[in-house]
Unconditional design. Sequence first.
Length: 211
Amino acid sequence: MTNLINRVYRLIDDCWISFTSKVGGGVININKEASMQLQFAYILNNAFDLIIYAPDEKVSLELETGISVDGRWREVDILISMKKDNEFKYLPIEMKCYKTLASSGKKRGGADLFMKDVYEDIHLLEKYSLGAGHLSGIQLTMTDMKNLVSPLKKITKNWDYDISHGYSIIGGVVKTTPIGGKPVNISLLKDYTFNWTQINKYYFLKLIANS
């Protein structure tokens, strides 16, 4: 099973490179998170056959699948299921997309909510990994808003949820700054560094929730 798991992680890396290159190059148009999920899942699903090396191996994915976290069901964007002989493993993927223009063409707000939600994704992925058979999950993010990645200054409260390039979390963190008038309580246990990749006008981020 370990060998299959490693193949899956490498395949996700390759498919993310393909996805980001296609989006950055204008081959794929992403206007919101739902289209990001569908397009990436399509690339990933069509590549699974490349890493199946034995009759007792199987890899598949589901979208918007429920996982229980602290007695509450949460929907993970993509859940990859792996089977080797009679053993099963599950790898969750959470995704976030923020574009300066909404799908309607109007200027989009809510960048503070987006930043907070990236932290929420990582929090959930750490929680998911505590479940039986669940592996360290992956958080994938894209944006065309340069100020989120390379801000000129960080003076507003939304920067308590800093996702800028090079920012690091060491030894975990607890975030409680309210966003949108709603209370927040997000705890992260592990270390993370936000290293963005730029392709033309887009910025892409990949994090592994090492719980």
